[in-house]
Design a binder for this molecule. Structure first.
Ligand SMILES: [Zn+2]
Length: 385
């Protein structure tokens, strides 16, 4: 099996803006629905090609085929900019390549229209203050050809983007709001003044983060906070006739609440990461086994979403010139005593406090682990022990 390529990270910065609600946004929805059709059509085609010829067709065989479709049987796709259509094929191609390299991650799937979320515009767009223009086309009957039918969409420009724009994306979320993503090549760091401090972080179920300084940070558990409201909405949804107007309204309300929770959580993660970056030069965490944790703990892990936090923390460390280190996945962090290195084999999961039988020092389980993580991540020799 191939090793995962080390992605060149953080050479792009994405700015997200909300597109103002307007009846003409329906056009964006139609576009995403058509792109979903393109995705499913070509996925089916590739599966068939494989059945007949026993090999993978590849995007360089499919792109000329797309040209033929646009001229012949699938003229109704031609109103979308060509590079946006091509981007669908490229994304599909990448999904296949990932499948060939990592077969147990699953093959590309057919998508439902409401799950197909984004469109990429490499060219065929223009940005002006608070507005984006998309170059759609329209069939012009008198000249019997496709003519440009450019459309403006206004978005809420709450901040300016920096750097050169590489491409833009249009996204539709589960609530039905459209978002504009502006991807720029801005990768400048905004360093914070050095503090000379390092910290190790231990993730936990009871306390969200335990720092090696002894500090404990609790998670606000946003999902739990909204659980009453969620139950209420779910109950009201189940009372409605499926497919009716009221049912759809309830579905919409539920989606809105879920989006609100995930926004709250993301905001808190960013604030927490910023706070840590301000205070410490070096930040060390353990490598998480998320799939295993989810099996063990269920919904609570999803609510805590350590994976998202680690991602945000790594990015913030890059942005503010902080060292971000991760201790290897097989490092023993809980059992060794952080004072003398004695492995306490008798330690069970329920022991929150323990005394080292060798040197007699008292330990808090999580703080001890955080100190071990910091040490293992900064000193590779210890890690091998
Ligand atoms: Zn000890």
């Amino acid at each position: 099996m191939k090793k995962r390529k080390q992605k060149q990270k953080y050479t792009r910065r994405t700015y997200k803006y909300q597109i103002r609600e307007h009846p003409k946004n329906k056009r964006l929805g139609n576009m995403l629905d058509d792109l979903c059709d393109v995705h499913n059509h070509f996925l089916k085609l590739e599966n068939r090609y494989y059945r007949i010829y026993g090999k993978y067709a590849g995007r360089y065989r499919l792109q000329p085929h797309l040209t033929k479709l646009l001229e012949g049987t699938h003229k109704h796709w031609a109103w979308i900019p060509r590079d946006t259509l091509d981007a669908v094929l490229i994304r599909l191609h990448l999904a296949w390549e990932r499948f060939f390299d990592f077969p147990n991650e699953g093959r590309p799937k057919f998508k439902r229209k409401d799950r197909y979320r984004s469109a990429k515009f490499q060219s065929g767009y223009k940005l002006e203050a608070g507005c984006v223009r998309i170059s759609f086309k329209e069939w012009d009957a008198p000249s019997a050809s496709l003519k440009f039918n450019k459309r403006w969409f206004s978005f809420h420009q709450h901040r300016d983007w920096k750097g050169n724009v590489r491409y833009v994306q249009i996204l539709r979320d589960s609530v039905g709001t459209y978002w504009l993503y502006i991807v720029t090549d801005n990768s400048t760091a905004e360093p914070y003044p050095a503090t000379g401090q390092s910290v190790g972080i231990d993730f936990g179920m009871e306390t969200y983060l335990t720092l090696s300084t002894g500090e404990k940070i609790q998670s606000p558990e946003f999902l739990k906070q909204s659980l009453t409201e969620l139950r209420k909405l779910n109950r009201s949804l189940s009372r409605k006739v499926k497919g009716s107007g009221n049912w759809w309204r309830a579905v919409h309300q539920l989606a809105r609440l879920y989006r609100h929770i995930s926004h709250q959580r993301r905001d808190w993660h960013f604030k927490l990461a910023t706070d840590l970056c301000r205070r410490f030069d070096t930040i060390a965490t353990e490598t998480l086994n998320l799939a295993g944790m989810k099996r063990l703990w269920g919904r609570k892990v999803s609510d805590l979403s350590f994976g998202q936090f680690v991602e945000i923390l790594a990015y913030k460390c890059f942005k503010h010139n902080r060292a971000f280190r991760q201790a290897g996945p097989w490092t023993a962090t809980t059992k060794p005593c952080s004072d003398c290195g004695h492995h306490n084999e008798n330690l069970s999961l329920s022991d929150r406090q323990w005394t080292c039988p060798e040197c007699g020092s008292d330990h808090d389980r999580d703080i001890n682990a955080a100190i071990n993580i910091l040490r293992a991540a900064c000193d590779p020799v210890v890690e091998q022990m």
